[in-house]
Design a protein around this ligand. Structure first.
Ligand code: G6P
Length: 472
């Protein structure tokens, strides 16, 4: 296969590019707020790197271009492909299936066909831009077939895949009509990374059940096309955030002033905070139910406490997300209608996304952070809150079903399905003494500081380099 002269030594492949296209001709590309860019920037800048991804708009055909020191390679998706591959198979089959079927997954052959077609396009784009022997790092559930396709196109590449969301237990995974193809797609990678040890275990079990390959301590023996075998590593690399960035923002006087302004604006009450994409995996309804009951029972009082719920718009054309939005907005309306006074509101609901500075001001303003996901790969909001609490106080209430719970053991743990337990945990958080807040927050901050995102990408890359060495 012919390669362009500016071939890249490291190629990142993800469904979305780290920039969004806008209609403003003065600034056609804006850096998207996702954490992955921050995570991979050091890797990308230290080498001749390229990033392959979809620019976020239908039918947009753009040649590769440089942005902020990175080479970006846009992959075009038609409106139909967005519907079948992105909204359909990625976000209405894999997403709900991998999040323990909180919403029923749809299994449609048309969606699968589009997924195969689009994955092939990403694999071809990556193969075309990668230098001889380059490292290609593929990201997330939208692109599970890319590792195998890439290996077939370019046997010289070292291929990593990181799975940002949960990998489900075999009993659920086995529902997938294309379960063998997806496992085989992932096994094309040299290193297959997961958020939790449990995810890597679920994957290894699925591989054993479907293919009977030997799996031992994270090493999977995979047969090769020429009758030989190779080792793929499948293990946990919990992702993190750029901790020093949040720490710096949280110390900025203008952001601290903004935090005070937010508190005053809300009547100097205790602030509970929820920050989520508007997604059924996040447990927003459970959170509202628990909070609403605490108010109705008089265990919390609207003059003392308020809940700020940021729910950023997401996947708005997928039915389950439309329905969820209606349910949440109805719940908020009901709680506010029943509890508000003329001066005070129980829930401040914000269906927007905000720049990082404003988020840090909110984290600084919030006494209690509520992360009540029913299932979540990691949940970086929990880590952002901790990193922003430079005063070493504040309380994190954290679902045991979020990947972050494995690391953030000093949070107040909850099972969000248990509404009474959730109510008790919220109350305990509101009432936690300053001394206990500091004790817990100090431990949480230490953990987050010691495992930041640079650490995550280094660990992953080291294992890839180890396998490269084994090959030689
Ligand atoms: C999750 C996924 C990402 C995805 C993000 C936003 O974090 O793991 O792969 O990019 O949600 O979702 P969207 O569908 O807007 O890309």
């Amino acid at each position: 296969m012919s390669r362009p002269p500016a071939a890249a030594d490291v190629v990142v492949v993800s469904n979305r590019l780290p920039v969004d296209h806008s209609d403003d001709p003065a600034e056609p590309w804006r850096r998207s707020p996702g954490g992955l860019v921050a995570a991979l920037e050091p890797v990308m800048r230290s080498t001749e790197g390229a990033w392959v991804g979809w620019p976020g708009t239908a039918d947009l055909e753009v040649a590769p271009f440089d942005f902020d020191g990175m080479r970006l390679v846009p992959v075009t998706l038609t409106a139909e492909e967005i519907e079948l591959y992105y909204e359909g198979f990625s976000n209405d089959t894999i997403w709900p299936l991998y999040h323990d079927v909180i919403s029923p997954p749809g299994y449609h052959r048309e969606w699968w066909d589009a997924y195969v077609r689009v994955n092939r396009r990403f694999a071809e784009a990556a193969a075309a831009v990668a230098a001889e022997g380059a490292t290609v790092w593929v990201h997330d559930y939208q692109l599970q077939l890319v590792p195998r396709m890439l290996r077939e196109l370019r046997a010289d590449l070292v291929i990593g895949y990181f799975h940002h969301i949960p990998f489900p237990a075999y009993g659920l995974y086995s529902q997938l009509p294309w379960r063998r193809q997806v496992l085989d797609g992932l096994l094309g990678a040299d290193v297959i990374g997961f958020q939790r040890v449990a995810d890597a275990g679920n994957f290894a079990r699925a591989v054993r059940r479907q293919f009977s390959y030997e799996t031992r301590a994270g090493a999977i023996t995979v047969p090769t096309a020429d009758g030989g075998r190779r080792i793929a590593i499948a293990k946990a690399y919990p992702i993190s955030i750029d901790v020093s960035l949040y720490d710096e923002l949280a110390r900025r006087p203008d952001i601290q002033a903004r935090a005070r302004e937010i508190r005053e604006g809300l009547g100097d009450r205790k602030i509970l905070l929820g920050v989520d994409r508007l997604d059924y995996t996040k447990g927003i309804r459970h959170r509202l139910k628990a909070y609403g009951e605490l108010l109705a029972e008089g265990r919390l009082n609207v003059e003392d406490v308020t809940l700020v719920q940021v729910a950023s718009p997401s996947r708005e054309r997928v039915g389950a997300y439309m329905q969820l939005r209606d349910e949440i907005e109805q719940a908020v309306g009901r709680i506010n209608g029943e509890t508000d006074t003329v001066d005070y509101s129980a829930v401040r609901y914000l269906h927007h996304s905000y720049p990082r500075e404003e988020m840090v001001a909110l984290y600084l303003a919030a006494d209690v952070m509520l992360v009540t996901a029913l299932r979540d790969g990691m949940n970086l909001v929990a880590k952002e809150y901790v990193a922003s609490r430079v005063g070493v106080d504040g309380v994190l209430v954290l679902s045991e079903f979020a990947g972050a719970a494995d690391e953030l053991t000093q949070a107040i743990k909850v099972n969000p399905h248990d509404i009474d337990g959730l109510k008790d945990a919220i109350l305990a958080a509101v009432e936690l003494s300053p001394k206990d807040q500091t004790r817990r927050m100090r431990a949480l901050r230490r953990r987050v500081r010691e495992h930041d995102v640079a650490d995550w990408s280094e660990r992953f890359m080291l294992d890839l380099e180890y396998l490269r060495g084994q090959r030689a």
